[in-house]
Design a protein around this ligand. Structure first.
Ligand code: TXA
Ligand code: MG
Length: 345
């Protein structure tokens, strides 16, 4: 567990970066901060290193990993047939919370990274510690979020330790991450970009650069295999079942009262604006509704903190699916596994 000041990489913390990079070079796996969430990094060429990532997380082997790079030139070493619009997206949003899916070059990566697909996911993170570790490693670094599979992604080193202590070589502690939700994943293998996973870079941001943009849900029916294999798994879930609930605070309170009358301990995922309107067993705010970026930043930490309280179920407020709200609702719907409590009239 090494501390690295978020303000940047200095002479004082560089030995820790070098130690982390040395472990990754040697085939170990190390967690480090990015601007989105903490990642669990392993070098992309060694099967045994990539296998350690899957084992530590308990991740299904058919769910491919994102390759993290520090130099734009590395894209050409990893991928081919990169469309113009993808170049524009990289120009506009890298380093930053955007992952592009492009056709991979053969023989460059361990096959385990791409889980047998002929495409590769690539991103350049916007965090001094992540960039320094990748540069120092000298090989691109495969890094999924550093949580046990199915849990909310880690936004603090303490979350990584809760999930992976004893299963990984170490964690570089850069404090709390910025965006708080994972990168936007964009399929760049077709005539126009298609958003497979909404994230910090919004649909409007991508449209402004690339014109027409598709979204996976709008393009595919539910029976088809998802284009992004990770989308089919339940994710981001606290231990108690979570239900999305629509309605006014008074309507939600009525539902809370009914559930408590039936003997349930009820948790509420609220906002700064609404928290004082509820009476329940546990009330946790995930940020300010008036500032959805604050909700993105706090959501996973809020979901995790329910595990410290004895609740039988959690009711979660919903958010408008616009801008970063699309990413927030995507994660909340996954955490709920499709459970909704409809408006109480
Ligand atoms: O912000 C992030 O993206 C974080 C930080 C650590 O960089 N990483 C992250 O990785 O969220 P992970 O493994 O938790 O999510 C990667 C997503 C999964 O849904 C996976 O299925 C999808 O990207 N993916 C990876 N390679 C793909 C490919 N070749 N085609 C389609 N989807 C792919
Ligand atoms: Mg993940």
């Amino acid at each position: 567990h090494w501390n690295v000041d978020k303000s940047g990489i200095t002479e004082k913390n560089y030995p820790q970066i070098k130690e982390a990079a040395g472990l990754i070079q040697a085939g170990e796996v190390v967690a480090f901060p990015t601007e989105t969430v903490y990642g669990l990094g392993g070098q992309v060429k060694m099967d045994s290193a990539v296998q350690k990532i899957f084992t530590a997380k308990g991740r299904p082997s058919d769910n491919p990993l994102i390759v993290h790079i520090a130099e734009r030139d590395d894209v050409d070493n990893l991928a081919e047939k990169i469309p113009d619009y993808a170049q524009k997206l990289m120009d506009a949003f890298w380093p930053g919370p955007l992952t592009i899916i492009v056709p991979k070059k053969d023989g460059v990566l361990s096959e385990l990274v791409t889980a047998g697909l002929d495409t590769v996911a690539i991103r350049m993170p916007d965090h001094p510690a992540a960039l320094a570790i990748i540069k120092e490693t000298g090989i691109p670094v495969a890094a999924p979020s550093a949580n046990r599979s199915g849990k909310p992604s880690p936004t603090k080193a303490a979350h990584v330790i809760d999930d992976l202590n004893g299963r990984i070589a170490g964690v570089v502690d850069g404090g709390e991450t910025g965006v708080g939700l994972e990168s936007t994943v964009v399929d760049c293998t077709g005539p126009f970009p298609v958003i497979l996973r909404p994230g910090g870079v919004t649909q409007a941001d991508i449209e402004a650069v690339a014109g027409k943009v598709g979204t996976e849900s709008g393009m595919k029916n539910k029976e088809e295999t998802p284009k992004s294999p990770g989308m089919k798994y339940t994710h981001y879930a606290p231990e108690a079942p979570l239900y999305l609930i629509e309605g006014t605070t008074a309507q939600i309170q009525q539902k809370i009262n009914e559930l408590r009358a039936e003997g349930n301990k009820v948790g509420v995922l609220a906002t700064e604006e609404s928290r004082s309107f509820y009476a329940a067993d546990t009330i946790i705010s995930c940020g300010r509704r008036a500032d959805l970026e604050s909700v993105a930043k706090s959501l996973y930490g809020a979901l995790r903190s329910f595990n410290e309280h004895p609740v039988d179920l959690i009711l979660a407020e919903t958010f408008p699916s616009e801008g970063v709200g699309a990413a927030i609702m995507n994660r909340l719907e996954k955490a709920a596994g499709g459970r909704w409590l409809k408006k109480v009239d």
